[in-house]
Design a protein around this ligand. Structure first.
Ligand code: SAM
Length: 237
């Protein structure tokens, strides 16, 4: 089956509205991703069904559950091959997405793919999250921070919440261990002024449980966060 049919059929299953224009962009994304993946290791998911469901539909689920107002500024932390950030940029031309990753070669591919998809509403940021979060041009500049498959929630909160404006959101995409990660992140969220406002648990097209955790930043956080990488690793909050 052609990837566009896989995307369309599975979008219907999960109740996602998806335009023809978006399907065409995602078709280009999949083709380029597969080609690049033969040259550099971008993703372990290589087949059309996996790319359509585990990358594209999964990324789009964030837009199903979280209301992102027009013209929002979003930072996708540890975007890798562009998930969920580049998919969100493709689906929502009104928002501006910053795609952050510490691995420059992945970002070069992401920029190449985004250009081929004809996207204009993104920027690439090759930096560690802990470093960018201490810079005034990125700290508290975003309405939303997103992240999928980057680190456990208590560590990820220290990476992501500094980017978010007061009253903005960090949206964390997690698998089946979400509840355990939430328990372990209790102290981190307290220290970093994060409050879980909503949680959405769903089955991703029979591919397993997924969770979206919507965390509100309720006030500014002390400037000592995020700490340097070694400290975060040695003593997670
Ligand atoms: N979010 C993508 C996805 O779901 O497919 C990529 C996940 S990949 C397993 C994790 C990515 O996070 C890698 O590309 C890695 O370079 C990046 N990463 C991990 N820690 C980071 C940090 N502290 N700052 C920036 N990027 C980081």
């Amino acid at each position: 089956m052609a990837i566009k049919s896989i995307i369309k059929d599975n979008a219907e299953i999960v109740g996602l509205e998806i335009t023809q224009e978006l399907i065409e962009k995602l078709e280009i994304y999949a083709k380029e991703l597969k080609e690049w993946n033969e040259k550099i290791n971008l993703t372990a998911i290589k087949d059309d069904e996996g790319i359509a469901i585990k990358h594209f539909i999964d990324s789009l689920m964030l837009l199903k559950y979280v209301d992102i107002p027009e013209n929002s500024k979003i930072i996708d932390v540890g975007t890798g091959a562009g998930f969920p950030g580049l998919v969100i940029a493709a689906a929502r031309s009104d928002v501006k997405v910053t795609l952050l990753d510490s691995t420059g070669k992945k970002l070069k591919v992401v920029a190449d793919i985004a250009e081929k998809m004809g996207l204009k509403n993104y920027e690439i940021l090759n930096m560690r999250a802990e470093e960018a979060g201490q810079k005034k041009e990125y700290r508290e500049q975003f309405d939303f921070a997103t992240a999928r498959a980057v680190a456990e929630l208590r560590v990820l909160s220290e990476y992501c919440l500094p980017f978010v404006k007061k009253d903005g959101y960090f949206v964390s995409m997690k698998g089946a261990l979400a509840e355990l990660e939430i328990e372990n992140a209790e102290n981190a969220l307290k220290v970093l002024s994060g409050k879980i406002e909503d949680k959405f648990c769903f089955d991703l097209c029979s591919q397993g449980e997924r969770n979206i955790i919507k965390i509100k930043k309720i006030s500014q956080i002390p400037t000592k966060y995020p700490r340097v990488s070694a400290q975060i690793a040695k003593k997670p909050l």
